[in-house]
Write a protein of this length. Sequence first.
Length: 107
Amino acid sequence: MPAVVGRQVLFNVCYALASHRVAAEHNLPLPTFPIVDSPTRNISSDVNPELVANYFKLIHALAEGALKNTQFILSDSDWAQPQSTGFNFTERLLSREDPLIAYCSGP
């Protein structure tokens, strides 16, 4: 069951990315910072490495091409380093010592 749920999440993410691509190509009003939260939660790179790799290739291709003026905010447990250096990115691993929100603490 988790693999089906994971694919559903990736489908929804791809639909949102397609909406952003159409908006960018036709100069339509849509925020230029899609926030994607844990799309590979149920499909990790050790379960389906090809699917996860292709997902990140799509993100990188869009960031270099049609959505080059878009800031992607990805929160996930998996990450694939871009093959190209055609764009700037920042990677940050969260830890208890360096929380995302300074006043929050937890597991």
